[in-house]
Design a binder for this molecule. Structure first.
Ligand SMILES: Cc1cc2nc3c(=O)[nH]c(=O)nc-3n(C[C@H](O)[C@H](O)[C@H](O)COP(=O)(O)OP(=O)(O)OC[C@H]3O[C@@H](n4cnc5c(N)ncnc54)[C@H](O)[C@@H]3O)c2cc1C
Length: 337
């Protein structure tokens, strides 16, 4: 696809992928409209812990064990992407604590993944992982995209064909391209989205504060410190509802209190998001079989980490530039045939 500056691009989805893409495309001079019927932040991107965590993901999410190199590339892209956005990046790293068996298991996984780490008196520490405030970052991206000329429209995209986007209220608008950044939704927009499985995630926000420091990882839990520490997260494959389920989320609280007993008794609010994942844990990024459609979906547990990298790739596909070294790994058709 070769679009020139001034071309009209619709983006379905205002999560991390859609918002980062909106910003980059608007800055390139495209006329961008982001469609999303959900209120800002009412999506996986809004509830996420905001970790930009190549090391922890490669260790604690088995499907990502071989992905350290791409996850590191994605993290590095944040350095320039965050400039001037008002998004602050906490480079505090990740500390792992637990019994000797657990630490030995994590150390072996860190070695296997190739992540940088050191032993500490309390356990293990890696400086590889960073963090941002997801809600604040989403608002900042939206604001910056609007400042760069993008428009946000509270309608959904129902279909796209022959340069026409049909919206969920029946309106039909002309666009040169559609970027599908619908997370776990929007299945009718591209056949490749059938490769995605929803994974419900519940996360606790504690009504207490915890001094800034590295994200803590223990057996079955992480605690991201700050004014409302985040304790996460469940991985409920096949579920796409956003109903809080205290029985399923309770083990998180128990595990967090084992790690930091001083958190006992803090009021916890359950927040729920639905991730979308392929079987290899990498997203679908690139042209769809539907003419004029480019995919940016299937972020699994790493949508924040991957967002600027994916937005760059979408821009490259739209302008017929080189999408970079992750193009084959993210190819939306890689599961076909
Ligand atoms: C509990 C939890 C914790 C997480 N923690 C982290 C973390 O620490 N670090 C990290 O990197 N990632 C984390 N993630 C994963 C991350 O949140 C997701 O990978 C990422 O937010 C996905 O972004 P997205 O833009 O693809 O999708 P979403 O954020 O789901 O946004 C998709 C948007 O598309 C909209 N939409 C759907 N259909 C249509 C349509 N037809 N037309 C228009 N709009 C449509 C939806 O309303 C939604 O707003 C976490 C996820 C969960 C659930």
């Amino acid at each position: 696809m070769i679009l020139q500056s001034g071309a009209r691009v619709a983006i379905a989805g205002a999560g991390a992928f859609g918002s980062a893409t909106a910003l980059i495309l608007s800055r390139l001079g495209f006329v961008v409209t982001v469609f999303d019927p959900a209120a800002p932040g009412e999506n996986a991107s809004g509830v996420a812990a905001g970790m930009l965590a190549p090391a922890a993901e490669a260790v604690f999410d088995k499907v990502s064990r071989g992905h350290l190199a791409v996850l590191r590339r994605a993290r590095e892209r944040w350095t320039t992407f965050a400039e001037g956005l008002g998004v602050s990046i906490d480079r505090g790293g990740v500390a792992v604590e637990g019994d000797a068996d657990f630490l030995a298991e994590v150390e072996a996984a860190l070695v296997e993944a190739g992540a940088r780490f050191e032993r500490t008196p309390g356990g293990l520490f890696s400086d590889e992982d960073w963090r941002l405030d997801a809600r604040q970052a989403l608002a900042a991206l939206r604001q910056a995209a609007i400042a760069a000329g993008a428009t946000f429209d509270p309608r959904g995209v129902a279909a796209f064909a022959d340069g026409q986007a049909r919206l969920d209220d029946g309106a039909v608008l002309a666009f040169d391209a559609l970027v599908v950044a619908t997370g776990g939704g929007g299945r009718s927009l591209a056949p490749e989205l059938a490769a995605l499985t929803p994974i419900k995630g519940q996360i606790l926000r504690l009504e207490t504060s915890m001094a800034a420091g590295p994200v803590l990882r223990g057996k079955g839990v992480y605690i991201a410190p700050g004014p409302r520490p985040a304790v996460g997260a469940t991985m409920e494959a096949g579920r796409d509802d956003r109903e809080p389920d205290p029985a399923v989320a309770e083990p998180l609280r128990v595990a967090a209190e084992r790690l930091r007993p001083e958190l006992a008794g803090a009021r916890a609010v359950i927040e729920v998001g639905v991730r979308a994942s392929t079987v290899d844990g990498l997203p679908l990024v690139g042209p769809s079989r539907v003419a004029g459609v480019v995919l940016a979906a299937g972020a699994r547990r790493n949508g924040w980490l991957l967002a600027p990298l994916v937005a760059d790739m979408v821009a490259a596909y739209l302008t017929d530039a080189d999408p970079g070294e992750d193009a084959a790994a993210f190819d939306p058709q890689r599961f076909e045939g």
